[in-house]
Design a protein. Structure first.
Length: 341
């Protein structure tokens, strides 16, 4: 399928909302793709808000298996970027898409566009432009995402203070174990029901960016980050940026039913749970006196949050020795986290 045919058939519908009522709205940042007829889009930030920008790219054979369905690739690419906005407490506005592929199969591209459309509708953003190129082999998807946040209310990694509580959203470790399933690790397949295995695979393939929670934490969270590189590594980023020590109690880390079943079978999988990547949950800190307010804000979003540790004076990260015998806490504490290569 030729590039301009692809743009006309599949990409222009994804940018259509830019020419609708939202284009002149005054209650949010205005984004206009100009119908993808020009080489750039127009953005008009609303008064009192800052723009937040992030970019991630995913590569076939590294971030997803070769031959993966187009809608799965699209949603993974968009959601990893949405998670970056969530970590900053930002609301999505729009995105730019880069697609490099060996050939342009019409059926795959239709699935890809369908996946993007589904997430645009769910998270309230639109395509603003981009580029497509041919590549000798493989597939690479690059997204630059734009969001907005009220001035002075953005979350960063640098605000955690001694005595703050450490929280995470959702459950931890599912994506790392889901990747193990996708890679054919037999222990996982033999221990799980079909529904549990599907759940873990879906947690890797289709992350759940906590966009509403990030915004609900305005004025409550003192720091925040999304868990792309693993719980230990990403909490270390908070510790370094905030010039403190982050202490994690693994006994308090929330896990799903499927992950708990695998941990019962092999406690050594705790290492994967604490250091594996791609959960795309939020880790954040808040003052102890704000605990009830944090829980209420999360409840209003329909997202579970769990207090799993605290911030102390010092530096680095500490994982308490609250795991089954034989699990090497010392190695985990010094681990660098999951590496996206």
């Amino acid at each position: 399928m030729r590039e301009f045919d692809f743009i006309e058939k599949f990409m222009k519908p994804l940018a259509a909302t830019a020419e609708g009522a939202d284009a002149g709205a005054t209650d949010k940042t205005s984004a206009n793709s100009l119908g993808l007829q020009d080489d750039a889009a127009i953005l008009r930030p609303r008064t009192g808000y800052d723009l937040v920008l992030s970019k991630d790219l995913i590569v076939e054979g590294v971030h997803f298996p070769e031959g993966e369905a187009g809608d799965v690739v699209a949603r993974r690419a968009l959601r990893t970027n949405l998670s970056d906005l969530a970590a900053m407490g930002a609301a999505p506005v729009g995105y730019l898409l880069g697609l490099a592929r060996d050939g342009l199969d019409k059926g795959w591209l239709a699935d890809f566009a369908r996946g993007l459309q589904a997430d645009q509708e769910e998270f309230g953003l639109q395509l603003l432009g981009g580029d497509t190129v041919a590549m000798p082999n493989g597939l690479c998807v690059s997204i630059t995402i734009l969001g907005e946040v009220p001035q002075g209310l953005q979350l960063t990694r640098a605000g955690a203070r001694p005595r703050d509580d450490l929280y995470v959203s959702g459950t931890i470790g599912d994506a790392a174990l889901g990747l193990g399933l996708l890679q054919g690790q037999t222990l996982f397949a033999n221990r799980l029901s079909a529904e549990e295995a599907d759940f873990l695979r879906d947690r890797y393939n289709c992350p759940q960016p906590r966009v509403s929670l990030g915004q609900a934490l305005h004025g409550l969270a003192t720091s925040g980050i999304d868990l792309s590189d693993g719980l230990v590594a990403d909490c270390r980023h908070i510790a370094v940026a905030s010039h403190g020590m982050v202490e994690i109690d693994p006994a308090m880390v929330p896990v799903s039913q499927a992950t708990a079943k695998l941990l019962d079978a092999d406690p050594m999988l705790w290492r994967a749970v604490l250091t594996g990547g791609d959960d795309y949950e939020l880790a954040f800190t808040a003052a102890p006196e704000d605990h009830t307010r944090v829980l209420l804000a999360a409840e209003e979003c329909g997202i579970a949050v769990t207090r799993i540790g605290r911030v102390k004076a010092g530096q680095g990260i500490k994982v308490l020795d609250h795991l089954p015998a034989g699990v090497d806490i010392g190695i985990m504490t010094g681990a660098g986290g999951y590496q996206h290569q």
